[in-house]
Design a protein around this ligand. Structure first.
Ligand code: CAA
Length: 289
C-alpha cells in the first residue's frame, strides 16, 4: 500500500493522518468542512513541530511528512487510495451516510476501515459495497503518542484484508490487539464504564472533580484522572459509547450517568468545546463543579 485516505479531519482523523504521513504513506485527508480541514492541518503541523522540539523526529522528517499530506474537500480524490480509514463522529447514521457517498468513488480493490470506538463492524460493513474488505482499525488518542491499535474483523472480513491491516499497523510502529466484534471492543468496554462510574461518583457527591482525578492519578497511577480523560476524549463520544454498550449488551450496568447526559445536552463536550468537567478558558483548567 502506498496511499491512505482519511475521512474526517477532527482529533482522530488528523492524528491518523499524522502517523501515516510520518511513516512514509501518501495521505489524503478528506473532510467536507473546510474549517475542520484547516484546523486539522494546523494541529498536525503543530504536533509534528512539538515532536521535532523533543527530538522524536527530525526537521527533514517533518518537512517530508507534511509534503506527503494533502487535505481535500473532494471525495473524488479518494479514488487514488489503497486504504481509506473513516474517522468521522461516533454516530452510526453519519457513518452509514458517509459510506454510501464514498464507496462509489473508491478503487474497486481498496480496503475501507473504520476507526469506530464502539459500533458493530459487521453492521457497518453491511451498508458498504465491500464487506469482505471492511474492518475496524481503532486508534487511541493522542494517536502519535499511544502505542495501541485495536483490529476488529466483521463477520465477512477476509484474511487478506486483515493481514494487510496488520502489516499497515506494523509499518506505523503500532502494537496490535485483536478484538472480537462486540460493543466497544476491548479498550472502551473497560475504560468508558470506568469513566462513567467516576461521573456517578461526582453525581452522588462522593468526591469533587479535582478530588476524583487526584485519587485516580495518585491512587491508581493513571496518567490522567478519569474526568480529565473524559474531557480529552469528548463527552459526546463517551456518551455514545455508553449508549452502544447499554443497547448492545442490554445490561443496566452500562446505563449512562445522568450527569454525563446533562453535560452533553449543555454542549459542555470537554476540551474541544472549551468546557466539560473543567473550564479550559484560562491558563490552567478549572473544575466546573
Ligand atoms: N501529538 C504528538 N505528540 C504529543 C501529543 C500529540 N497530540 N500529545 C502529547 N504528545 C507528546 C508530547 O510532546 C510529549 O513528548 P516528549 O515525551 O517527547 O516530550 C509526550 O507526548 C508527553 O506529553 P506531555 O508532556 O504534554 O503531557 P503528559 O506527560 O501529561 O502526557 C498524555 C500526555 C500522553 C496525553 C498522557 O496524559 C496520557 O497518556 N493520557 C492518557 C491518554 C489515554 O488514556 N488515551 C486513550 C484514550 S481512549 C481512546 O482513545 C479510545 C477511544 O476510542 C475513546
Amino acid at each position: 500500500m502506498k496511499t491512505i485516505g482519511i475521512i474526517g479531519a477532527g482529533q482522530m482523523g488528523s492524528g491518523i493522518a499524522h502517523v501515516c504521513a510520518l511513516s512514509g504513506y501518501d495521505v489524503f485527508m478528506h473532510d467536507i468542512d473546510e474549517t475542520a480541514i484547516e484546523n486539522g492541518m494546523a494541529t498536525i503541523s503543530g504536533n509534528m513541530a512539538r515532536q521535532v522540539g523533543s527530538e522524536r523526529i527530525t526537521r527533514d522528517e517533518r518537512h517530508d511528512a507534511l509534503n506527503r499530506l494533502r487535505a481535500t474537500p473532494k471525495v473524488e480524490d479518494l479514488v487514488k487510495c489503497d486504504m481509506v480509514i473513516e474517522a468521522a463522529t461516533e454516530n452510526e447514521k453519519v457513518k452509514q451516510a458517509i459510506y454510501k457517498t464514498v464507496c462509489p468513488h473508491l478503487n474497486a480493490d481498496a480496503i475501507l476501515a473504520t476507526n469506530t470506538s464502539s459500533i458493530s463492524i459487521t453492521r457497518l460493513a453491511a451498508v458498504t459495497d465491500r464487506p469482505e474488505r471492511f474492518l475496524g482499525v481503532h486508534f487511541m488518542n493522542p494517536v502519535p503518542v499511544m502505542q495501541l491499535v485495536e483490529l476488529v474483523r466483521g463477520i465477512a472480513t477476509d484474511d487478506a484484508t486483515f493481514q494487510t491491516a496488520r502489516a499497515f499497523c506494523d509499518k506505523l510502529g503500532k502494537e496490535v490487539s485483536v478484538s472480537e466484534d462486540f460493543p466497544a471492543f476491548i479498550v472502551n468496554r473497560v475504560l468508558i464504564p470506568m469513566i462513567n462510574e467516576a461521573i456517578y461518583v461526582l453525581y452522588e457527591g462522593v468526591g469533587t472533580v479535582a478530588g476524583i482525578d487526584k485519587a485516580m492519578k495518585l491512587g491508581a497511577n493513571h496518567p490522567m484522572g478519569p474526568l480529565a480523560l473524559a474531557d480529552f476524549i469528548g463527552l459526546d463520544t463517551c456518551l455514545a459509547i455508553m449508549q452502544t454498550l447499554h443497547d448492545g449488551l442490554a445490561d443496566t450496568k452500562y446505563r449512562p450517568c445522568p450527569l454525563l447526559v446533562k453535560y452533553v445536552e449543555a454542549g459542555w463536550l470537554g476540551r474541544k468545546a472549551g468546557k466539560g468537567f473543567y473550564d479550559y478558558a484560562g491558563e490552567e483548567p478549572v473544575p466546573t463543579r
